[in-house]
Design a protein around this ligand. Structure first.
Ligand SMILES: *[C@@H]1O[C@H](CO)[C@@H](O)[C@H](O)[C@H]1NC(C)=O
Length: 356
């Protein structure tokens, strides 16, 4: 059956009218709502979901292990903050015996703290061991975030929080990874120099310039655009070892409360420094090497930081240095760089014939 053309038009109009009435009813909400501006008040967009690689922050992470009194009544020249995994008791033992010794530089007060979170699988068991270790050495900080690679930024921030709360008079703060080899005496005596007026607004390390986030998810250091949209980072000090003056450590912790966090710990500290208007300073050539160098006594005498040294290697390097006699020059004794290559200027590798 065919509808007469004359009947089609009014029917269509009627249907349209009904639809529009229905639409109006739905969009105006319940009829009891007061017709006021409240109905049109701006509602903020729901927070964009945090990308899983972005460490949750700020959060009231709790200290499970803390050392609030380590700086009481004294102002350390250097606070060593060493990122460490809860399971790596061996690495911590090696560092306590070698470069991380609080007596590494006679006459210069050094405070050492290991930064840990909670092991994602064996948190409870390792937590008990850590508590015991902390009771013995009083040098472990632990907060209740998951200790994973992508949460490294939280570790650094815990260390900076500790400095802000418990050690504001610290002259310098050194953040280091467990797998580096550091010559703390060299750093203190030759670079930071206790007798000089303290530097403020100061950050020192191996500086990366003009680098940007790696966008390929296959990389360990992958940073998705949702976490950091810009193509480049500001100049920043490479994570294995860098130094901040005490005021910068405190201010960077403050800045971190207002910035979106990045899973790249070192680049994030760079963003905090940029927000504070603090420039980064290049360490002397070779001082903050971030790649592992073949073990070479002369070079070790000068290099401040050698990345990727496992704990056994670290102890044997240390023992090698000590038994060769330069341990006492570089790490233990009253004077530095008595003879040989150790007395050479910056930037030169040991030449042939140099004897350490
Ligand atoms: C980082 O730690 C938080 C708090 O424990 C946790 O919810 C989150 O899953 C961790 N992130 C990663 C990538 O492991």
């Amino acid at each position: 059956m065919r509808c007469p053309r004359s009947a089609l038009l009014p029917a269509a109009l009627l249907a349209l009218l009904a639809l529009s009435a229905l639409w109006h009813h739905r969009s105006s909400g319940p009829s009891t709502a007061p017709a006021s501006a409240a109905a049109f008040r701006w509602r903020p967009a729901p927070p964009t979901p945090r990308h899983p690689l972005q460490p949750p922050y700020p959060r009231p992470y709790r200290f499970l292990l803390n050392e609030p009194h380590k700086c009481r009544g004294r102002a350390p020249f250097l606070v060593l903050l060493v990122a460490s995994q809860p399971s790596d008791a061996e690495g911590r033992a090696a560092i306590r015996r070698t470069w991380g010794s609080e007596r590494a530089v006679p006459g210069v007060p050094v405070v050492r703290l290991f930064l840990t979170g909670v092991h994602p699988v064996f948190g409870a068991a390792l937590g008990r061991l850590l508590a015991e270790e902390s009771g013995r050495h009083r040098d472990v900080l632990q907060q209740d975030f998951l200790d994973t690679y992508h949460n490294l930024t939280l570790k650094t921030l815990m260390g900076l929080q500790w400095v802000s709360r418990h050690c504001r008079a610290a002259r310098y703060v050194l953040k280091a990874d467990t797998d580096v080899f550091l010559n703390v005496a060299f750093l203190v005596r030759r670079i930071l120099r206790p007798r000089r007026p303290p530097r403020r607004r100061f950050a020192l390390g191996y500086v990366y310039r003009g680098t940007g986030p790696l966008r390929d998810p296959r990389y360990k250091w992958f940073v998705p655009p949702q976490v950091y949209p810009r193509p480049t980072y500001p100049p920043y000090c490479a994570g294995p070892a860098y130094v901040l003056s005490g005021d910068v450590a405190v201010a960077a912790f403050g800045a971190a409360q207002r910035l979106p966090l990045l899973n790249m710990e070192d680049a994030f500290v760079g963003l905090c420094l940029q927000a504070l208007g603090v420039a980064v300073t290049d360490g002397p050539p070779g001082a903050f090497n971030v790649v592992r160098l073949p073990y070479e006594r002369c070079r070790f005498g000068r290099a401040l930081s050698q990345h990727h040294h496992l704990s056994l290697g670290l102890v044997s390097v240390w023992a090698g240095g000590t038994s060769m006699g330069w341990g006492s020059h570089l790490w233990g004794g009253g004077h530095l760089y008595g003879a040989g290559c150790n007395s050479m200027a910056w930037g030169h590798l040991c030449g042939a014939g140099d004897t350490p």
